[in-house]
Design a protein around this ligand. Structure first.
Ligand code: SF4
Ligand code: SF4
Length: 216
């Protein structure tokens, strides 16, 4: 089933990127029938406005799929911030990074975030799972960080370990979220906000420098 009309629709409605991946091997038994993951990204940080836009794009996707006779399940863009809701349990079984990499829209960088060649990691993501037999994009299977270690050297907490991601070992802990959280907790107690993000700002892809060879 041609996925281009849906992708074009989403891009026209404000998505920055849209792709389709076969996510079957990442699904638990409860949702195994929803084997296609539609990855949707907007070129903004995860603010209230970008969450609203992504939720609207998910609703449009669900409407499009329903009109074509298919089922769907939206994994909210901010589901990792929700507590005590049913979707929180499902989110533990499915992660936006899976759909993004399976749809070929990026790899998991050494900073633990999806890196897209054009936009780096300054993207916010949402996923719609579906049983529609949409044609899939070619997955990204290995990291393209190579020898770059800028985020490793600039992380003030030592949380970024420097490991390369591969689709064959998607659950590998590339970043120590414990160390990252501890540092953000200290920053919050001093300034009121958990600002850090050096691992994003130093990344040449996020700085639109493109290929890492351009790094001085
Ligand atoms: S947000 Fe800061 S502490 Fe956390 S991994 Fe990135 S650079 Fe390190
Ligand atoms: S800074 Fe370098 S190593 Fe870190 S995520 Fe970006 S490209 Fe990869």
């Amino acid at each position: 089933m041609n996925a281009d009309p849906l992708k074009q629709y989403l891009l026209a409605e404000g998505a920055t990127l849209a792709g389709v991946g076969d996510v079957t091997r990442a699904l638990s038994a409860e949702i195994i029938h929803l084997g296609r993951g539609i990855a949707i990204a907007v070129n903004r940080s995860l603010t209230r406005e970008s969450v609203d836009l992504l939720v609207r794009l998910q609703a449009l996707t669900e409407g499009w799929l329903k009109a074509n006779g298919f089922r769907s399940l939206s994994i909210p863009p901010d589901s990792d911030r929700r507590n005590g809701k049913m979707i929180t349990k499902l989110y533990k079984l499915f992660c936006h990074k899976t759909a993004a990499t399976c749809a070929g829209l990026g790899w998991v960088g050494k900073n633990g975030l999806i890196i897209n060649r054009q936009y780096g990691s300054k993207l916010s993501w949402a996923t719609v799972l579906t049983d529609a037999p949409l044609d899939t994009d070619s997955p990204t299977s290995v990291s393209e960080c190579g020898v770059c270690d800028l985020c490793v050297r600039h992380c003030p907490s030592g949380a970024v370990k420097g490991d390369l991601w591969s689709i064959d070992d998607p659950m590998k802990e590339i970043v120590s979220y414990e160390k990252c959280r501890a540092l953000k907790g200290k920053i919050t107690s001093l300034s009121g906000k958990p600002n850090c993000g050096f691992c994003i700002t130093v990344c040449p892809y996020s700085r639109n420098l493109g290929r890492r060879e351009k790094i001085a």
